[in-house]
Design a protein around this ligand. Structure first.
Ligand SMILES: Cc1ncc(C[n+]2csc(CCOP(=O)(O)OP(=O)(O)O)c2C)c(N)n1
Ligand SMILES: [Mg+2]
Length: 335
């Protein structure tokens, strides 16, 4: 049995091009601006259903997805999936329309915030069932292995999902079949109001990898974009080379409540403020400026462009039609 790898990852200077780094920064800005705008729309009663935001967790998604091949590899996501869809460059007009239940949405307005999917672009679906993406991920990974496509699957889930039975079943099955899948736990320290520390008796979830005979990796600072990217680059190579699955965990924090109906009484203001000081976007901005990769002006322009794109997506969604009644009976069976 392989030993679970215990190495932490610290941010190191990157060999990435300026273009790629700015693109990653832009994607983090898009996630924050998009979710902030959706939050305002929710408050105005313009969004049906529940929404979960990933503000504060941007680096954990962008750093991971930047290391896979977009338009080739695949992801599965969970209820907090806007950030992963944006990191995968799913069209934000289609996303905003989906969240507002419009016919032009990524799922024709039938899925909403928790079920954004775009199969053509590798997003096999967000999921309202905690742990629900895990079975889908190993099914997709088995297909890739049998068809020898060379594609890999990244299965995103929260810390709260690791006590679901499907976690054990899918990690075990992926291990014995050596499937090309990365199980990725974004640990934001809470499952709704439950601190993860109260419901596990080990320090971190990645340590469970040893039970399945697969490598476990830890990203202690999941708000450090380069640390996430560097670790994922290494893991993606390992999995793509046919070595089987990996479990990886990144520590981060959600700034807002669990969902829009959560006043967050179980966390102190001091705790939230401490985490805001570790803002992944502000830190990467400083990194780019300090290393003379970009100027403050360039980065401000990037943010303005991001804000404009988000406003465009709102206009697109608002001017889009509602789904027709007949469409409720379409797309139910495969052709
Ligand atoms: C099978 C199942 N059980 C319970 C729920 C209710 N629920 C929704 S989100 C959530 C917490 C998930 O926490 P975590 O996996 O850490 O993700 P986070 O919300 O922190 O990103 C729970 C218990 C659910 N949707 N599905
Ligand atoms: Mg959580």
């Amino acid at each position: 049995m392989k030993e679970a790898a215990m190495a932490n990852t610290k941010s190191t200077k990157s060999n990435l091009t300026k273009e790629k780094m700015l693109h990653m920064h832009r994607l983090m800005l898009d996630i924050r601006n998009f979710d902030s705008r959706v939050n305002k729309l929710v408050r105005k009663g313009m969004v049906p259903g529940m929404t979960h935001f990933s503000i504060g967790e941007e680096a954990a998604s962008v750093g991971a997805i930047a290391a896979i091949e977009k338009g080739f590899d695949m992801i599965t996501s969970n209820h907090r999936g806007h950030g992963q869809s944006i990191a995968l460059e799913i069209d934000i007009n289609g996303m905003m329309a989906e969240i507002m239940g419009k016919a032009t949405g990524t799922c024709k307005g039938k899925g909403g915030s928790m079920h954004i999917a775009d199969l053509d672009n590798g997003n096999l679906g967000a999921n309202g069932i905690v742990g629900g993406g895990m079975g889908m991920a190993i099914g997709a990974a088995l297909t890739q292995k049998m068809k020898k496509t060379g594609k890999i699957v990244v299965c995103f889930f929260g810390d709260g999902a690791v006590n679901e039975g499907t976690f054990h079943e899918t990690l075990n099955m992926a291990s014995i079949w050596k499937l090309p899948v990365i199980f990725y736990s974004i640990n934001n320290l809470y499952g709704i109001s439950t601190p993860i520390k109260e419901v596990i008796n080990i320090d971190y979830n990645y340590m469970r990898a040893a039970s399945y005979g697969i490598p476990g990796h830890f990203i202690e600072d999941g708000n450090d974009l380069m640390a996430v990217y560097n670790k994922f680059e290494e893991i993606v190579k390992y999995v793509r080379e046919g070595n089987g699955p990996v479990l990886v965990e990144a520590i981060t924090y959600r700034w807002l409540g669990h969902s829009t109906s959560d006043p967050g009484k179980y966390r102190t203001k001091e705790e939230v403020d401490e985490w805001k000081k570790k803002d992944p976007i502000a830190r990467f901005r400083d990194y780019l400026i300090e290393n003379k990769i970009a100027t403050a002006k360039e980065l401000d322009e990037l943010n303005n462009a991001s804000l404009e794109a988000v406003e465009e997506s709102v206009k697109f969604a608002l001017s889009s039609p509602e789904p027709t009644l007949e469409s409720a009976f379409e797309d139910i069976y495969a052709d």
